[in-house]
Design a protein around this ligand. Structure first.
Ligand code: ADP
Ligand code: MG
Length: 489
């Protein structure tokens, strides 16, 4: 049962643009789904298919292999989840679908979405298998039987090697965020896992971009796949792009100037290298900004903490490389800054597509040094219109007495205690608005993880909130609380 290795150089199948499929209506009712599944979708508020769902669900439900490409946040999870769930036989106690994801964080998100979408059906067991957790409990969960497994390639491979995971009854293999898995060096692991699956399976590959490795992967492991792409078309006017010519050695300072001038609440700053991320973080903190960085070798816990603080608006700037930022789904991003222009036009379009979502306009600033001009020419060609050049001289000077520094509106408190201590968001909100006497409006997002709870509060009341929470009780118990450290304190 091995898949043949690619004999010839990879050839991409012709891409069907999702826009071509617009003749079909966007109602889920058109799909061959069980009435209970359709009712569940309505309950979830999924009233219409997203474009990638409309283009990929009909062939996926018909059993076709797919390469589907669409940007982050376009609804790719449901596109494969509905399809694998439709094929599933709940009375057959065997792993019938496997979803490979690049990180635990994404695997958790996918597991959650599959569980939500499976609510209309009989008891369907979905199991997450990722590194960083102990093997034992995973093995015993597998012994109890699972219909769907979601996991990272390395850990899935571990289970295959120990024979604790049996894929011989598999119907559907999904490679989610395939581009990111390739970036992380998972090609061989994915290949080994794919070879352990029956040849008759259906394979669905999802990706935000289409780098060369995807063609190689699909030629080796997909059968006559249909390729669907959703060309990124940013709505005109929603993303305001400005290009600045800046000497390489003034780039980091230029980031601060842009932040002071435009004062975006949340900014994602892209660097091309990790070293540049480190340098920029240091510089921004020295200038008094609340900035955090995301990089590849971070522990999951640290990464979660950074993402929570950025998403709840207690961090102004998140500094990241493309690899570290892939798969991030952040709404309310006022600005993207390209500290260096990327040589890949597609990556550029993807980067700036993070801003200007939903009903909001967003800024996309690119800092261009002399030797990067050719890259901008390519972007200009791809855009099909002239780009706007601006100069740093137009920007206001950094804050003096009349202009306050740019600070995030919120700060994050960390409570040592979480789901395992039966803490729920309502308990934390209750403690803050009850005894402690704050108003609901002063409290922001509350994230409860297994062992830790993060709560965003207005920056001005943060220290007082720490004191009051620490003095009172949560679920009848005293808790340790502290303010997550940021340079602007
Ligand atoms: P992607 O994998 O393409 O980045 P996700 O699958 O994570 O995107 O979906 C992004 C968000 O959109 C999720 O919160 C999901 O619940 C929501 N979503 C997906 N499909 C629909 C739909 N048809 N209608 C409404 N919301 C949807
Ligand atoms: Mg996804």
């Amino acid at each position: 049962m091995t898949d043949a290795a690619p004999a010839s150089p990879p050839v991409s199948p012709p891409a069907v643009h999702a826009a071509d499929a617009s003749a079909t209506t966007l109602s889920f009712d058109r799909l061959p789904l069980a009435p209970s599944a359709l009712a569940n979708l309505r309950q979830l508020g999924y009233l219409q298919m997203t474009p990638i769902q409309a283009a990929s669900l009909p062939p996926a439900l018909a059993g076709q292999d797919l390469i589907a490409q669409a940007k982050t946040g376009s609804g790719k999870t449901a596109a494969f989840a509905l399809s694998l769930l439709a094929r599933l036989n709940p009375r057959r106690f065997a792993v019938q679908a496997l979803v490979l994801c690049p990180t635990r964080e994404l695997a958790d998100q996918v597991t959650g979405e599959i569980r939500r979408l499976a609510r209309g059906a009989e008891n369907i067991k979905v199991l997450t298998l990722c590194g960083g957790s102990t093997m034992r409990p995973q093995i015993s969960s597998l012994e109890h039987g699972a219909h769907v497994v979601v996991g990272t390639p390395g850990r899935i491979l571990d289970h295959l090697q120990r024979a604790s995971l049996d894929l011989s009854a598999l119907d559907t293999l999904v490679l989610d965020e395939a581009d990111r898995m390739l970036d992380m060096g998972f090609y061989d692991d994915i290949a080994t896992v794919a070879k352990a699956c029956p040849k008759t399976r259906q394979t669905l590959l999802f990706s935000a971009t289409y780098p060369e490795g995807i063609a190689r992967l699909s030629q080796a492991f997909l059968r006559q796949p249909q390729r669907i792409t959703l060309p990124e078309q940013h709505e005109a006017g929603k993303i305001r792009q400005r290009f600045y010519e800046v000497d390489a050695d003034r780039k980091l300072a230029a980031v601060g100037l842009l932040l002071h001038h435009y004062r975006p609440v949340s900014t994602l700053a892209f660097c091309n290298t990790r070293q540049q991320c480190r340098d920029l973080l240091q510089q921004l903190r020295a200038e008094g900004f609340v900035a955090l960085a995301l990089h590849g070798e971070m522990e999951q816990r640290e990464r979660d903490q950074v993402l929570v603080q950025f998403a709840n608006r207690s961090c102004s700037v998140l500094v990241a490389t493309d690899v570290a930022a892939r798969g991030l789904d952040i709404d309310q991003l006022e600005a993207v800054i390209n500290v260096d222009v990327t040589p890949d036009t597609e990556v550029h379009v993807h980067r700036i597509g993070r801003t200007g979502r939903v009903d909001q306009a967003g800024w996309a600033f690119s800092l261009v040094s002399g030797n990067q001009m050719a890259r901008v020419d390519n972007i200009e060609k791809a855009l099909g219109h002239e780009i706007e050049w601006h100069t740093l001289g137009e920007l206001q000077k950094p804050p003096g007495k009349s202009r306050p520094p740019l600070l995030p509106p919120m700060a994050t408190l960390q409570i040592l205690g979480g789901r395992k201590d039966k803490i729920r968001p309502g308990d934390v909100l209750g403690a803050l608005t009850g005894e402690a006497g704050f108003s609901k409006e002063q409290v922001g997002k509350i994230n409860v993880t297994d062992t830790t709870t993060y709560v965003a509060v207005e920056r001005g009341i943060a220290r007082e909130a720490v004191r009051k929470l620490a003095a009172g009780t949560l679920k009848g118990k005293r808790v340790k609380v502290h303010l997550l450290q940021d340079s602007a304190g």
